[in-house]
Design a protein around this ligand. Structure first.
Ligand SMILES: [Fe+2]
Length: 215
C-alpha cells in the first residue's frame, strides 16, 4: 500500500509518553514542555529518497511481502514549548532494517538489506500536530542501541534532528549518543515505552513520541 494513512487518537490506547512538563514550569503554573534535544543526523540519512516515502515503512508499494521485524506504531505530536501544535510541520524518520542494515550506499553489507523494508518515510502533521508511522521495532547494530532517526521541519518556524530510543533496552546505558544528552529530563524525553498495540494490530507494538521544538 502506498499513501499516508492517518491514525486518529481514538484508534489508539495511548499510554504514558506525552511530552513532559518541566518542574519549574509546573510550579509557576505556566505550562512549559521539555524541549526535545537535538541529536546527530548520523551517516545514513538517504542520499536519494525511495520511490515509496509514505508513513508505512513495513510495506513498500508494489511488493506483496511485509518487512521483517516486529511491527511498531509510533505516534505523537509536534509541539512548541507551550504545548501548542506546530502546524505545517513535516516529520521524517529513517532506520535500519531487522538485520541492522540501512538503505544507504555507505552501509557495509548492503546486499543483506531487507528490500521489503522502506527504511525511510515522511508525513505532514495534522492540524493538531499529530503524526503516525507504521514501522518495525528498531534493532541494535554494532556500537548503537536501538533507535529511530527523526527530522522535523516546520518552514519558517523551526527544525530539529533527533533520535528516538526504546525504554528498557539494556544497551541504552552504554550508548554514547543517548548518554551525551546531559539533561536527565531531556534524555528521558527521547526514550519511549513500547507496549502491545491493542485494538490496532495483532502482535504489534505502539509508542508515543511527542516532539517539542524550542520555539
Ligand atoms: Fe542510526
Amino acid at each position: 500500500m502506498s499513501g499516508i494513512v492517518r491514525l486518529r487518537r481514538r484508534d489508539l490506547m495511548l499510554g504514558a509518553g506525552a511530552a513532559l512538563l518541566t518542574p519549574p514550569a509546573l510550579a509557576a503554573g505556566k505550562p512549559r514542555l521539555v524541549v526535545t534535544p537535538g541529536q546527530t543526523e548520523g551517516p545514513f540519512y538517504p542520499v536519494s529518497y525511495p520511490a515509496d516515502i509514505d508513513n508505512d515503512l513495513v510495506r513498500v508499494a508494489g511488493r506483496a511481502a511485509e518487512a521483517m521485524g516486529q511491527v511498531t506504531h509510533i505516534v505523537g505530536r509536534v509541539l512548541d514549548r507551550r504545548g501548542e501544535p506546530v502546524r505545517g510541520a513535516e516529520v521524517e524518520i529513517w532506520q535500519c532494517d531487522a538485520n541492522g542494515v540501512y538503505n544507504h550506499p555507505g552501509q557495509p553489507g548492503l546486499q543483506r538489506r531487507d528490500a521489503a523494508f522502506q527504511g525511510y518515510g515522511r508525513m505532514p502533521v495534522d492540524t493538531d500536530g499529530s503524526y503516525n508511522f507504521r514501522t518495525i521495532r528498531p534493532v541494535a547494530y554494532p556500537g548503537r542501541t536501538p533507535h529511530i532517526h527523526f527530522k522535523v521541519n516546520a518552514p519558517g518556524v523551526g527544525r530539529l534532528t533527533t533520535q528516538m530510543y526504546v525504554a528498557g533496552e539494556r544497551r541504552n546505558a552504554a550508548d554514547g549518543l543517548l548518554n551525551a544528552i546531559r539533561n536527565a529530563a531531556q534524555r528521558r524525553s527521547v526514550i519511549v515505552r513500547l507496549e502491545p498495540a491493542r485494538g490496532l494490530e495483532p502482535d504489534a507494538l505502539q509508542g508515543t513520541f511527542d516532539i517539542v521544538l524550542d520555539i
